[in-house]
Design a protein around this ligand. Structure first.
Ligand SMILES: [Zn+2]
Length: 421
């Protein structure tokens, strides 16, 4: 059951933290120029909150609020090392105006601290203070309650596309710390099958369920060959599987990623071609919530009170959708490098197989069987092999941190694999 392993991961963060800290100390020995973030403290005033970020060196920083995707304060600083021993994952709870925060050791020579806010707030002052008793430099940000209109006006505005990129970058760095990875399980779902052939064959090829299965088997073999994944198939032959059963298979497998493979079709006359990656749509969230309650998904079967269930479900769905989007964004980018894509960005949809509340999930439409060139490609084993190798690259990238030789779980898995050979 999914929640069991997720909880185990949580308990394990403490021991994992020790090795992460050791890595940070090792890294610090090499790159002394990077300041270390050594402590985060909060002070509460009547309508204000003081955030103190302690660093080993003096740092220039910027602080600004953002309204989307939720009120937050962002502190941008030079590339820094996280060295708060008691919060090895880089995440912690806030106080006052701050509900929680996380550290992102970002790319491009910048690091970020993101403070999620309890409501509209504005920065009233920022200070750099000389070392105090701790011997560390202190960066101070004071924030105060603000009218919603003032907050909106003073918050940085990003076009929708940028905020998705930013979300992607933040999540990619915040998740999958080496210590949090167990054995990674990928569920591959070949769409349709049996009495449901999917899109009809055209241009002399196979119908959709056959194309999907051939691609799914190719992806399975590529992933297994890496030695990094357990792969679970919703089907590995021409059989019909109910949509709800496909979700169940992913849940029972305690999957880390679910990828459903399909091929598109349009009415004749359209020249549409190219691949599309879908994640669960905003408008489908209620449907997903109802599905989880109807089917007593994992953590909902423990007799929690309704408000607790709602909270757990919201948190789980938010995390699942974030992770799905991170993966989808990377996948469509890579696919676009080797084949036509219909859209450079992930699209949102209300597909049933994406409704599960926990497992990050995407639906990959590999191309249009109604398009002569796409159909030719998808019926070609060598093209499918290249396309699935690209999907595997994206999966590798998504779980990159889990593949670090410093991840004890991964090393143990490798040892087991080599002992078995
Ligand atoms: Zn389909």
């Amino acid at each position: 059951m999914a929640v069991t392993r997720k909880m185990r991961r949580g308990w394990c963060q403490i021991c994992a933290g020790v090795s992460v800290l050791a890595m940070m100390i090792a890294a610090h020995g090499v790159a002394l120029a990077n300041p270390e973030v050594t402590a985060i403290r909060f002070g509460e005033g009547e309508n204000s909150t003081r955030i103190v970020v302690e660093t080993s060196e003096p740092v220039e920083f910027q602080a600004f609020t953002m309204a989307e995707p939720g009120p937050r304060l962002v502190m941008e600083l030079p590339e820094a090392l996280w060295a708060v021993a008691s919060l090895a994952t880089g995440e912690g709870a806030g106080r006052g105006h701050v509900s929680n925060f996380r550290f992102i050791s970002g790319a491009g020579g910048r690091s970020r601290l993101v403070f999620n806010l309890t409501g509209p707030s504005q920065v009233s002052q920022t200070l750099n203070l000389e070392p105090g008793e701790s011997g560390n430099y202190r960066q101070v940000i004071d924030i105060a309650t603000a009218e919603a209109s003032v907050f909106q006006a003073s918050s940085s505005e990003f076009p929708a596309s940028t905020s998705i990129d930013q979300l992607v970058a933040e999540r990619a760095h915040a998740r999958y710390d080496a210590g949090q990875c167990g054995q990674i399980r990928v569920v591959i779902d070949a769409g349709h099958g049996g009495r449901d052939p999917g899109a009809a064959a055209s241009h002399g090829g196979h119908h959709e369920s056959q194309v999907n299965l051939a691609a799914a088997l190719a992806l399975r073999d590529i992933l297994l060959a890496t030695g990094r994944y357990e792969v679970v198939m919703t089907r590995d032959s021409d059989v019909f599987i109910e949509l709800e059963d496909r979700i169940r298979i992913a849940q029972d497998a305690d999957a880390d990623l679910f990828i459903s493979l399909h091929a598109d079709a349009v009415a004749s006359g359209s020249s549409a071609r190219g691949a599309t990656v879908y994640t669960l749509a905003d408008r489908a969230v209620n449907r997903a919530r109802n599905r989880a309650l109807d089917h007593s998904d994992g953590f909902l079967s423990n007799g929690y009170a309704q408000p607790v269930q709602d909270l757990l479900l919201d948190m789980s769905l938010r995390e699942k959708r974030n992770q799905s989007l991170v993966f989808a964004q990377d996948l469509i980018g890579r696919v676009g490098g080797m084949a036509p894509v219909l859209d450079q960005r992930p699209r949102q949809a209300n597909f049933y197989v994406l409704l599960d509340s926990q497992v990050p999930a995407v639906l990959f439409e590999m191309g249009f069987l109604t398009n002569r060139d796409d159909a030719h490609n998808l019926n070609n084993a060598r093209f499918r092999q290249r396309l699935m190798a690209t999907v595997a690259e994206s999966i590798d990238h998504h779980f990159e941190r889990c593949h670090s030789p410093n991840n004890p779980t991964y090393t143990a898995t490798l040892n087991r694999a080599s002992a078995a050979q």
